[in-house]
Write a protein that binds this ligand. Structure first.
Ligand code: DC
Length: 219
């Protein structure tokens, strides 16, 4: 069986995954799938319907009603119908998403859908893409940046927030996320330190890693 045309990108919050993944997807001519949006949308839906966040079967039921779509061009991107970006980056969602994402059965359902979304080729980012979703991806990147750099980046993205509050929230989420997915590179993953580089330099470095490993019949 041939390897999927997938670049698997993992790393902590604020490590630069989204910017790099979108740029790589555009360069390779494949969709960009941000799996964090799937967990965020499920969290937003769960908060809206006030289900018990410890009840993974109730969460799976809600997940069954979400519609994941790949839309747009250059690159096509994952969207969740009815959940614009603003609804997925609220403080409430960010405080709660790690609790929703920790349930093994929820993760199983998510992974199944993620494989279906990526099977025809994708740049896919998340926390467990190279370890669990596409362990046979021909290219695996693990992004790293120190905590100060990651929270500075997040504070710039969420312009209205207090930087100290952003740093606190990030640390809180890191701790919880690491209990579900230890933030360590998968076997065979190349570690890219994004801290000292701007977005163009990170993309250029990643393309040097991806091009030689990318299946020849790929776009
Ligand atoms: O990448 P992000 O920060 O948007 O992800 C939001 C949350 O979803 C994050 O706190 C951990 C969880 N997540 C996960 O558990 N597995 C993934 N593949 C992607 C995200």
């Amino acid at each position: 069986m041939s390897a999927p045309r997938v670049v698997a990108i993992d790393g902590a919050a604020g490590s630069g995954k989204s910017t790099l993944s979108r740029g790589l997807a555009r360069a390779l001519g494949v969709p960009y799938i941000n799996t964090g949006l799937m967990y965020r949308a499920l969290t937003s839906a769960a908060l809206r319907s006030s289900v018990d966040l410890e009840d993974q079967y109730a969460l799976i039921d809600i997940l069954g009603h979400l519609r994941f779509m790949v839309t747009g061009e250059q690159p096509p991107e994952l969207e969740v119908e009815g959940y614009p970006a603003e609804a997925l980056t609220t403080r409430e969602v960010e405080l709660t998403v790690s609790r929703v994402a920790r349930h093994p059965r929820v993760r199983e359902h998510m992974r199944r859908q993620q494989r279906a979304l990526g099977v025809a080729g994708a740049v896919m980012e998340g926390r467990d893409i190279a370890t669990a979703v596409f362990p046979d991806a021909p290219v695996k990147l693990f992004l790293r940046a120190d905590e100060a750099e990651r929270s500075a980046r997040r504070a710039r993205e969420r312009a209205s927030n207090d930087p100290r509050e952003v740093a606190r929230a990030l640390r809180h989420r890191d701790e919880r996320d690491a209990r579900t997915n230890p933030l360590e590179p998968a076997p065979g993953a190349v570690v890219v330190d994004t801290g000292a580089l701007d977005a163009d330099a990170v993309l250029a470095q990643a393309l040097l890693i991806v091009r030689p490993a990318w299946p020849k019949d790929a776009g």
